[in-house]
Design a protein around this ligand. Structure first.
Ligand code: TPP
Ligand code: MG
Length: 623
């Protein structure tokens, strides 16, 4: 099989200084024909030589510089925005400030890049998660200012790291001459050292100190964000940002992707063929492989359980989908593996983390062959011992497995589909509204391809359990870090990136108090997100959890907020829904260009009936 390749843009320097070293040779896409030599430079301000891994080949087509397009400006900041545009970045989220102002000024000359002002830096980063989830090949950029701008970003960066999505964050910084002088909002290594602060929550973090290196540094950071799937951070001192910097050119480069190990694939296919009770365990990393996974499961009648985040990768109506395993999961998933202990488990793009395994349940360890497929080999063996592990893209791997099993007979077994807890709560006209009923009515009223996000709280468990999804990109919840606000802002980024889709955020009332101010940004940008606030006047998840663990709890409720009035204060639509009719009527008035907040008055006593996290904390808390 020919090695698949992908392309990326990196800037190259202007002055060619062709090296005779054979490692500088440039080959065509097949990797066999020499077509030129890598462009280098003797300038100490120029980028360091690219590693052969990063810049193997190039069909170089230098583009003219951008001085004219950049309003005649020739600052480092203009060059950085050129790189953003060259990398296909079309949306910049952020909160402006003095130290990052040259980039905002440079953006003035790039009308193709949409600039969005969030109301908090971490909101901006949460938005970028939603953005890249609905447009998987996009990389959002987030701009923050020095000092508090960067420190406010830390939670967002940690969430991005947990979600494994590419996001580029550029932080302003005071001029280098002020380093160590306790300048206003200084974040240099002489003071609070913001680069060090964010190092543990990013794939790479650095300060740009040489204007001539800046474009290369940014392009390399973007490449790392893509390949290592995570956040990258660059700090940009004000004097560097405004230093004269000549225009750049771009080289078109390609990098060969690793080829799959054919013998290993055959072993995997053989293990499945000989299995008596095979099971597919699908994680969110396999989202892109949805078609292949469905085809495999459907044809061979292999049961599938999904991690909570992978909801919808296989249709939840199908009988071979026995449900979500883990937090908010379905009793059918647990019962199925209890009654049919799997001898072969094929785990696809699943980190096998605490929330997706019900705190590492032994039910998921295959009795004969445990197979892990992941694009990130650091996942192998972290939690379960794999017998076979394939590093690779789930789509290609499952396609190859299907090819090898083309003549395999389907397994003869009855597959039960999903069984819900308390299914009666999905129906009826009860008041106050049961959370499950709210979710069912929302799904009845919204289009079938609606994107759902959930924030963090008891409502997430209800959403994981009761939303019934059919499409692989329909659900997102950032529970790796599990920060309140993540689902609210991800919905905004998703709507901005895919305005043609309906987007519903399932949120809690306290989360909305914490991160709801970006409603104003939705009004400003004309983003018709529907926020369904599960209003129970309390922090239900914590209240219920603490009560279950300790048998008592401090009060965790507060004065009722009327979120419909709050919405109207921002210029959004706002409706209180105390019963099913009011809820339906509010949903029918949702628009694509104006946000809608539905204050759903849910039953404050409704705690999700099964919470394995509480059980796990309880195990530790009680000694
Ligand atoms: C930033 C942050 N702080 C604290 C928590 C801990 N926490 C988890 S759920 C929750 C309560 C959320 O209340 P609400 O948004 O009303 O949702 P509910 O549980 O009531 O559905 C809290 C405080 C968190 N996850 N994130
Ligand atoms: Mg609440």
């Amino acid at each position: 099989m020919a090695a698949p390749r992908r392309t990326l843009d990196v800037p190259i320097t202007q002055r060619p200084d062709v090296s005779s070293d054979s490692s500088d040779r440039i080959f065509d896409e097949s990797g066999e024909h020499l077509v030129g030599e890598r462009v280098g430079t003797g300038d100490s301000d120029a980028p360091p030589p690219a590693s052969p891994r990063n810049m193997v080949t190039a069909g170089i087509s230098p583009r003219p510089g951008r001085i004219a397009e950049s309003g005649g400006k020739s600052r480092c900041a203009d060059r950085l925005v050129d790189v953003l545009e060259g990398a296909g970045i079309d949306t910049v989220y952020g909160v402006p400030g003095g130290a990052i102002s040259p980039i905002y000024d440079a953006l003035y000359d790039h009308p193709n890049i949409r600039v969005v002002h969030a109301r908090h830096e971490t909101s901006a980063i949460f938005m970028s998660i939603g953005h890249t989830r609905v447009r998987p090949n996009s990389i959002p950029c987030v701009l923050v200012t020095s000092g508090p701008g960067v420190t406010n970003s830390v939670t967002g960066l940690a969430a991005v790291l947990g979600e494994g999505v590419p996001v580029v964050v550029i932080g302003g910084e005071v001029p280098r001459a002020k380093f160590g002088h306790r300048a206003l909002q200084e974040g240099s290594a002489e003071t609070i050292d913001v680069v060090n602060i964010v190092r543990t929550v990013t794939r790479s973090a650095a300060c740009i100190t040489i204007p001539g290196h800046a474009a290369y540094q940014l392009a390399t950071a973007i490449d790392r964000a893509k390949t290592e799937r995570g956040p990258v951070f660059l700090s940009l001192p004000l004097d560097v940002a405004v230093a004269p910097t000549p225009p750049i050119q771009f080289a078109r480069t390609v990098r060969p992707r690793p080829t799959l190990d054919q013998a290993l694939l055959t072993d995997v296919a053989d293990a499945l063929r000989n299995a008596r009770r095979p099971l597919l365990l699908v994680g969110s990393g396999a989202r892109g492989a949805a078609y292949e996974i469905r085809a495999l499961a459907e044809k061979l009648r292999i049961p599938v359980i999904t991690s909570p985040k992978a909801k919808g990768i296989v249709p939840e109506m199908a009988d071979y989908c026995v449900g979500v395993f883990g937090y908010g999961g379905h009793p059918s998933a647990t019962e199925f593996v209890q009654q049919n202990p799997p001898d072969v488990v094929l785990a696809l793009g699943c980190g096998l983390t605490e929330p997706s395994t019900n705190s590492w349940s032994s039910l998921l360890q295959a009795s004969h062959t445990m197979i892990q497929v992941d694009i990130d080999p650091s996942q192998f063996g972290r939690n379960y011992r794999p017998d076979l592990a394939i590093e690779g893209d789930a789509t290609e791997v499952v396609r190859e497995i299907r090819r090898r099993l083309a003549h395999c007979a389907p397994w003869e077994r009855t597959l039960p589909g999903i069984r819900y807890l308390d299914p009666h709560t999905l129906e009826g006209d009860r008041v106050p509204l049961p959370p499950a009923r709210v979710l069912r009515v929302v799904q009845e009223e919204m289009p079938p391809t609606t994107v759902y996000t959930s924030d963090i709280g008891e409502h997430l468990l209800f959403a994981l359990h009761y939303l019934q999804l059919s499409y692989p990109d329909q659900f997102m919840a950032s529970y790796a870090l599990g920060s309140m606000g993540s689902g609210i802002c991800a919905a905004i980024g998703a709507k901005l990136a895919a305005p043609e889709r309906s987007v519903v955020a399932i949120c809690g009332d306290y989360g909305f108090q914490m991160y709801g101010m970006d409603l104003n940004m939705c009004v400003q940008e004309g983003l018709g997100v529907v926020f369904v606030v599960m209003n129970d006047d309390r922090m239900r998840m914590v209240e219920a959890g603490i009560d279950r663990i300790y048998g008592r709890t401090l009060p965790m409720h507060g004065p009722r907020v009327n979120f419909a009035e709050l919405a109207r204060a921002h210029g959004a639509q706002g409706f209180v829904a105390a019963d099913v009719d009011q809820l339906r009527s509010a949903l029918r008035r949702a628009r694509h260009d104006v946000p809608t907040v539905i204050d759903a008055r849910i039953d404050p006593t409704a705690a999700f009936p099964m919470n394995s996290r509480v059980q796990e904390i309880s195990n530790f808390a009680s000694g």
